[in-house]
Write a protein that binds this ligand. Structure first.
Ligand SMILES: [Zn+2]
Length: 182
């Protein structure tokens, strides 16, 4: 995802005494295909493209449906639960993107969404890097996550994830899953 970032620095002025505003992150540039995704995200709803031919969710929506190969998938965007499980992650310690210098290190998670096998979505884990600390880190393969939204600008929100409370008897203790790393 690349986005043009206006970088109009006046040539003859001295360097600013204060750092640039934090809003220098690249913003999503909705197009014909992704517009409904971003307008739903702005309302804190995760809506994904669903093939009208076979009913499969496709993320990101491709020209042809990868499931039924239809070249006329006639996608419609439908809200999904936003629940999923972590299948991989990476810790970003250096960011080449503008606006993220103050954010590192942060965790990107690769999530399989609950709606469909292999329906994968990558996003930031907003719980902070503390989820990897300690002898029994809160972030492990297969842990449940829930979609969350980063409001980066009025009317612009980016889907991300947070660790979800672990249901069932496997819960080690209330302190374990509360993710107090903020
Ligand atoms: Zn299809």
């Amino acid at each position: 995802m690349s986005a043009p970032v206006p970088a109009a620095a006046p040539p003859a002025t001295p360097p600013p005494a204060t750092p640039p505003p934090a809003a220098a992150r690249p913003l999503p540039v909705p197009d014909e295909t992704s517009g409904p995704y971003w307008s739903a995200a702005a309302e804190h709803v995760l809506a994904l493209a669903r093939c009208a031919r076979c009913g499969s969710f496709v993320l990101p929506p491709d020209l042809a449906c990868p499931h039924c190969r239809s070249t006329d998938p006639d996608y419609a965007f439908e809200p999904v639960s936003g629940r999923g499980t972590v299948r991989s992650w990476t810790v970003v310690r250096q960011s080449g993107l503008p606006g993220f210098a103050a954010e590192v290190p942060f965790v990107l998670v690769d999530v399989e969404l609950a709606e469909q096998a292999e329906l994968r979505m990558i996003g930031r884990l907003l719980d902070g890097p503390g989820v990897l600390a300690g002898p029994e880190p809160a972030l492990r393969l297969g842990v449940p996550v829930q979609v969350a939204f980063e409001d980066v600008q009025p009317g612009v929100s980016v889907p991300a994830f947070t660790l979800a409370a672990v249901p069932g008897p496997a819960v080690p203790g209330p302190a374990e899953s509360s993710g107090g790393a903020r």
